[in-house]
Design a protein around this ligand. Structure first.
Ligand SMILES: O=C(O)C(=O)C[C@H](O)C(=O)CO
Length: 273
């Protein structure tokens, strides 16, 4: 089971990093391989993210990576599972959930055995938890959808919120999926920071297109060229916004001090440098 470790980084140090160092600190590539979970562990807010391609006839059992020193994955954690493609069955102790594309399943602290069967791509995000809540599923068309932006500013998009203060209950996790409208390429523009939470974006649906992801302090940004199914960690002090050479979708997930989606500090685009 491979785990890439992403250390916390001071904003002053990020300003001095070259392309490769920046990628090593913030980007997770190659998360999706057949039959095996590939993990990334961000020391910021201890987010654990993973991906797997589940193949027909070869169920995948989720195990605790060594880095969390736990008897089982959800001994001290909660987990969001996001269907990216295909149809997967999530078996969690004595419950089962059908996970299709853009469905989300939440599994609470204390869930012992988690197995994925069927065929499809599944993205995983986990954060430390202190209380056992309720396992739940939310489908793409059942959740709150915010429509933001406009085609004329290339940022028209739909933000679907699944795990959040008014949706599936969690301890720390906040998770949703944003889909750009055809012709729009900018996500999270105007940008923001949220000093009380770390966020991780997983970009999907890019195919062979690429995306320029901007991170860093608003007055001192850096760019990362990302490809399909790359994930990127955004420390609490960093903006997280991108423009693609085509439309795309991304899964955003956060953990930290609170689960209030609106606890953000907006940045005026004119102040970006
Ligand atoms: O396109 C957007 O705007 C987003 O999806 C923003 C994310 O939800 C986010 O950054 C939450 O902090």
């Amino acid at each position: 089971m491979s785990v890439t470790r992403l250390w916390s980084t001071h904003p002053d140090d990020v300003a001095r990093l070259g392309t490769q160092e920046l990628r090593e600190r913030f980007v997770l590539s190659g998360l999706f391989t057949p039959g095996e979970v590939t993990w990334g562990y961000a020391h910021d807010d201890r987010l654990l993210v993973g991906g797997v391609l589940v193949e027909d006839g070869s169920p995948v059992t989720l195990e605790a990576p060594e880095i969390i020193k736990a008897e089982y994955l959800l001994e001290r954690r909660e987990l969001g599972l996001v269907g990216l493609a295909g149809e997967v069955t999530v078996t969690a102790d004595d419950e089962t959930f059908a996970l299709g594309a853009h469905d989300v399943v939440y599994l609470p602290l204390g869930t012992r055995d988690v197995t994925l069967s069927g065929a499809g791509a599944v993205y995983l995000v986990s954060a430390p938890a202190h209380a056992r809540l309720t396992a739940a599923k939310a489908g793409r068309d059942e959740v709150e959808a915010l429509h933001l932006g406009e085609l004329v500013t290339s940022n028209e998009r739909t933000i679907r919120k699944y795990i959040h203060a008014d949706g599936i209950a969690s301890n720390q996790l906040v998770l949703g999926i944003t889909t750009l409208a055809p012709g729009s390429v900018w996500n999270t523009m105007p940008p923001h920071v949220h000093p009380r939470r770390t966020e991780v974006y997983l970009y999907d649906g890019l195919g062979d297109e690429v995306l320029v992801h901007l991170m860093g302090e608003p007055g001192n940004t850096r760019h990362l060229l990302l490809h399909d199914r790359d994930a990127v960690v955004s420390p609490p002090w960093s903006i997280h916004t991108a423009s693609g050479t085509g439309a795309y979708t991304f899964v955003w997930a956060m953990a930290g001090e609170n689960i209030d989606y609106t606890d953000v500090t907006g940045i005026t685009p004119g102040d970006l440098r």
